[in-house]
Write a protein that binds this ligand. Structure first.
Ligand SMILES: [Zn+2]
Length: 267
């Protein structure tokens, strides 16, 4: 037990220690524009914060695509930051840069969905369900990054619970580079709720979480899997939306800045 703690009694997080060492050894650069100095510069921060959360519908709309809210367009500094966060060793962006954006998108989604809003107002659980990650990606990244993002976005926010129950039931090809129809075929029937995970979502309003919505194939397949597990109504939130393949269908209600407007649970 003592081996897992530092002398100051803080939990030992080897991954964070490794990142800190890497940062000391390498010069810092902005994850959005690459400029030397700050690891996330004010100009890129303005890019990320410049778009109010909105509903997004891909064109064409895949069958079963859930009502989805997203942050800014997936381009420029936003795209660079998400890529760096996912596969460029910039896990530090989770809490400081991406979680605040997701938190605002989530607040807008909860406000706009009557079922979710009512559950939050009652203090009943709402399941925040990360899109599944391939085992190999999770291993390479050292964590399920979208799950960490979801957890960072709702830290301390009452009835919202991160429920990591979705998994891939078979191997799927990398979605990058596939068209809309190919992505749909690639994922069809490939996502399921883990057998022991069903009670965690049955009857509950669910919010799917992913980093980016592109063709909507992933969110549609995840929503199908939740419905099979007899979840309550499903909506989805993402940090960003691919601009070329999506169109904003309505502006969401203004989201409260920086905090979720949900009551905290007594426990
Ligand atoms: Zn920058």
């Amino acid at each position: 037990m003592t081996a897992c703690r530092t002398l100051r009694g803080m939990p030992w997080r080897p991954w964070e220690d490794v990142l800190a060492l890497v940062e000391l050894a390498a010069p810092s650069a902005c994850a959005g524009c690459g400029r030397a100095g700050l690891r996330w510069c004010p100009a890129c921060a303005a890019d990320l914060a410049g778009t109010a959360p909105r509903t997004w519908t891909p064109t064409p709309r895949p069958p079963g695509f859930p009502p989805t809210w997203a942050g800014p367009a997936y381009e420029g500094a936003v795209r660079a930051a998400v890529v760096a966060w996912k596969d460029g060793g910039r896990a530090d962006l989770t809490g400081t840069v991406l979680a605040p954006v997701l938190r605002d998108v989530l607040a807008a989604a909860l406000a706009a969905s009557p079922d979710h809003r009512a559950a939050v107002a009652r203090g009943s659980p709402v399941a925040l369900v990360p899109a599944p990650s391939a085992r190999r990606s999770t291993r390479q990244r050292g964590e399920h990054r979208v799950r960490s993002l979801a957890a960072a976005a709702v830290r301390g926010a009452g009835p919202l619970r991160v429920v990591d129950v979705l998994e891939l039931s078979r191997r799927v090809a990398d979605q990058a580079g596939l068209g809309a129809a190919q992505r749909r075929r690639n994922l069809q029937g490939a996502v399921r709720v883990r057998p022991r995970g069903t009670p965690a979502v049955a009857g509950l309003p669910c919010v799917l979480v992913d980093d980016v919505v592109t063709t909507g194939a992933t969110l549609s397949e995840c929503a199908r899997a939740l419905t099979v597990a007899r979840s309550g109504p499903v909506v989805a939130v993402t940090v960003a939306a691919t601009a070329r393949r999506s169109r904003p269908s309505q502006a969401a209600a203004p989201a409260p800045a920086g905090r979720l407007s949900v009551p905290r649970r007594a426990d």
